[in-house]
Design a protein around this ligand. Structure first.
Ligand SMILES: Nc1ncnc2c1ncn2[C@@H]1O[C@H](COP(=O)(O)OP(=O)(O)OP(=O)(O)O)[C@@H](O)[C@H]1O
Ligand SMILES: [Mg+2]
Length: 328
C-alpha cells in the first residue's frame, strides 16, 4: 500500500488489508447530508452482499434517529451484513486516560501522587483530547474489523473537527519526535548521575537506558501507531466522499476542504451534490465557481420533500458505488 506523506512513510509498510476492500469517509459542512448518504450507502452495500461496518465518529450522533431505532453502545448488528456503531467518544477517552494513569503510576511508583480518576470531567475538555480519542477509536475499530468486513464507512463530524483529526498524525509525529529526543537527553543525564549515586538508582529501579525505560518504549509505540494511522488516512483504499449542497456557502466550504485535504496529501474521490433543486446545479453568477469542481467525479442527488427512503436513494447509491470504483 503506497503511503504518500514522507513523514509517515515508515508506517504500515507491511500492512495487508485482509478482507477489507475500502474505508470510505463522508465529509462536509454541517447539515449537508453526510449521515443520510453514509447510512444509505452502507445499507446499499450490505444489501448487495458486502459485509459492511458503519461507524459514526461524530460526537453528536444521529444515525439512530435517522434509522428510527435504538442503538446500544458498541457494535449493533442491523442485518446479516451490516453492523453500525456510534463511537462513544467520552468512554473511549476515559479508557485512554485510565491506561495512561496506570502506565504513569507503574513508572513513577515512588511519587504516589497520581489520581486522574476524579479529574475526568475536567480533563475530557482539554484541547485536542476529543480528536485523539476519535483518531484512536477509529484505528481500534479498523484493526478489529479488518479480517471480517468488506467496507468500513465513516460518518464524520462537520468539517473543522474532521480536518483536525486528519491533520493529527502529522502534528503528533512532530511532537512525539521532540518528546523522544527530550527523553533520550533525560536518560543520558540520569546515566551520568547514576555513576555517582548507584545506590539510589538501583533501590528505586530508575531506568537510565532507552531499552529499560517504559516511557521511551511508550513513545516508540506511539510513533509506530501514529504512522500506521496516517497511512490508513492516506492509502489508496481510503476514499473520501465530499458531500455538499447546491448553495454558495456550501460551495465555498467545499473549496476549503479540498485545499486542506491537499495539504495533508489527501484527495477527494467523489463530490456528492446533495439536496439539489436544479437539474444541472448551475447557479447563474456562481456557475464559474462550480467549474472548479469539474476535475472531480460528481454525483447529483435531488432535494426530496418526502421522507428519504432506501428506494429513493437506491439509484444514487448505485451510481456512487460505480463512481468510487471500490469493488476489487
Ligand atoms: N436529498 C435530500 N433531500 C432532502 N432532505 C435531505 C436530503 N439529504 C439529507 N436531507 C435532510 O437534511 C438534514 C441533514 O441531513 P444529515 O443529518 O444527513 O446531515 P449531516 O451532514 O450528517 O449533518 P451533521 O453535520 O449535523 O451531522 C436531515 O433532515 C436530512 O433528512
Ligand atoms: Mg451527521
Amino acid at each position: 500500500m503506497p503511503c504518500l506523506t514522507t513523514n509517515l512513510q515508515a508506517g504500515l509498510e507491511s500492512l495487508t488489508l485482509d478482507r477489507l476492500k475500502s474505508i470510505l469517509f463522508f465529509l462536509g459542512k454541517g447539515g449537508v447530508g453526510k449521515t443520510t448518504l453514509s447510512v444509505n450507502f452502507a445499507i446499499y452495500l450490505s444489501k448487495n452482499g458486502f459485509k459492511t461496518y458503519l461507524m459514526s465518529v461524530d460526537p453528536a450522533h444521529n444515525i439512530a434517529d435517522l434509522l428510527e431505532t435504538k442503538l446500544h453502545n458498541g457494535p449493533n448488528k442491523i442485518n446479516s451484513n451490516l453492523v453500525i456503531e456510534e463511537l462513544d467518544v467520552d468512554l473511549h477517552l476515559k479508557k485512554t486516560i485510565k491506561k495512561t494513569e496506570k502506565t504513569l503510576k507503574e513508572q513513577y511508583k515512588y511519587l504516589q501522587i497520581l489520581n486522574l480518576d476524579n479529574m475526568f470531567n475536567v480533563i475530557k475538555y482539554s484541547p485536542g483530547l476529543q480528536e485523539y480519542s476519535i483518531m484512536y477509536g477509529l484505528f481500534e475499530t479498523y484493526n478489529r474489523i479488518l479480517p471480517d468486513f468488506d467496507y468500513l464507512i465513516i460518518d464524520t463530524p462537520p468539517t473543522g473537527l474532521m480536518m483536525r483529526i486528519f491533520s493529527l498524525p502529522q502534528t503528533n509525529l512532530m511532537w512525539l519526535a521532540k518528546l523522544k529526543e527530550l527523553r533520550s537527553n533525560i536518560l543520558g543525564k540520569r546515566d551520568q548521575i547514576a555513576h555517582l549515586d548507584k545506590g539510589t538508582f538501583k533501590k528505586h529501579k530508575i531506568p537510565t537506558k532507552e531499552s529499560d525505560d517504559m516511557v521511551f518504549k511508550e513513545l516508540q509505540f506511539e510513533i509506530k501507531r501514529t504512522q500506521d494511522i496516517g497511512c490508513i488516512y492516506n492509502s489508496d483504499t481510503s476514499k473520501k466522499v465530499l458531500v455538499m449542497n447546491d448553495d454558495r456557502l456550501s460551495l465555498l466550504e467545499s473549496f476549503k476542504i479540498l485545499n486542506d485535504l491537499k495539504s495533508f496529501n489527501m484527495n477527494v474521490d467523489l463530490i456528492a451534490i446533495n439536496k439539489n433543486i436544479t437539474s444541472d446545479f448551475s447557479l447563474g453568477e456562481i456557475e464559474e465557481d462550480y467549474s472548479k469542481l469539474k476535475d472531480y467525479k460528481n454525483l447529483l442527488i435531488p432535494f426530496y420533500k418526502s421522507k428519504i427512503t432506501e428506494d429513493l436513494m437506491l439509484p444514487h447509491m448505485h451510481k456512487m458505488f460505480n463512481h468510487l470504483d471500490i469493488c476489487k
